[in-house]
Design a protein around this ligand. Structure first.
Ligand code: UDP
Length: 239
């Protein structure tokens, strides 16, 4: 508990699929609880934490529009899916005694707070975990872009992108034994080589705002905290 964190304020981005565990749809409560414990262990070091959770475990706009649904409507459904995930994570965090606020880009006052930048900053200063729901509030965007936007607005020092592998590789490490992990990689290289860290608009926004992206494995117990304490393997995406 005496470790000093390397960052004062970070944003953790996870996909909706990270909450599925080994299932193929929706929420797997033990997995949500496990991730909540990882978040708590970082919060307990004193780091202020923002979170953005995707919605792909429930609904993706592109999938809906591919099946004939109007794209913007499908995207709103995807944004609503992120609200469900945010509420599930809030519940798991508060079960652990971590005060948490869900703030939504689409106001729905009975369910959570609307996103108001200054208010969100205040929550962070009070050491509450803030979960930013409903993406950017706009169709045709992704939660990766929402994560970069909110991290910039909240003056986060880095985005932590939790994935299934411990960094960015030159090819899929689950398929190729000789895949090589980058220690650091530039935004431009990520874009040119289509390294699939986040979508292109999110990477471009991070580049403009000089926001480092730390890609790490969320499957590794204690991994999130370890990186903040200066341990572990990850890839750092910077200029
Ligand atoms: N979405 C959107 N605008 C946003 C963020 C998300 O329209 O600003 C919709 C979009 O349809 C997307 C869905 O919400 O497919 C779920 O988000 P995402 O695909 O980013 O989730 P993830 O892949 O991270 O689980």
């Amino acid at each position: 508990q005496t470790e000093t964190p390397a960052f004062g304020r970070v944003l953790l981005k996870i996909s909706g699929e990270a909450l599925m565990g080994d299932t193929t749809f929706g929420l797997h409560p033990p997995t949500v609880q496990r991730i909540a414990r990882e978040v708590k262990s970082v919060r307990d070091m004193g780091t202020e934490i923002c979170m953005v959770i995707g919605g792909g475990n429930i609904f993706r706009g592109l999938a809906g529009s591919a099946q004939g649904m109007e794209r913007t409507t499908a995207d709103y459904m995807g944004m609503l899916a992120t609200v469900m995930n945010a509420l599930a994570m809030q519940s798991a965090l508060e079960e652990l005694g971590v005060f948490t606020r869900v703030v939504s880009a689409i106001p729905m006052d009975q369910v959570c707070e609307p996103y108001i930048r200054r208010r969100a900053v205040r929550h962070l200063e009070k050491k509450r975990v803030v979960i930013f729901a409903a993406g950017t509030g706009n169709p045709y965007f992704t939660t990766d872009t929402a994560a970069t936007l909110r991290a910039s607005e909240m003056s986060c020092e880095a985005i932590f992108k939790g994935t299934k592998v411990d960094g960015v590789y030159d090819k899929d490490p689950k398929k190729h034994a000789d895949a090589k992990r980058y220690e650091t990689v530039s935004y431009d290289e990520v874009l040119q080589k289509h390294l699939g860290v986040m979508d292109a608009s999110a990477i471009a926004l991070a580049r403009e705002n000089r926001l480092p992206i730390i890609v790490f494995s969320l499957d590794e117990p204690g991994g999130f905290r370890g990186i903040l304490a200066g341990r572990g393997t990850y890839t750092r995406v910077t200029a």
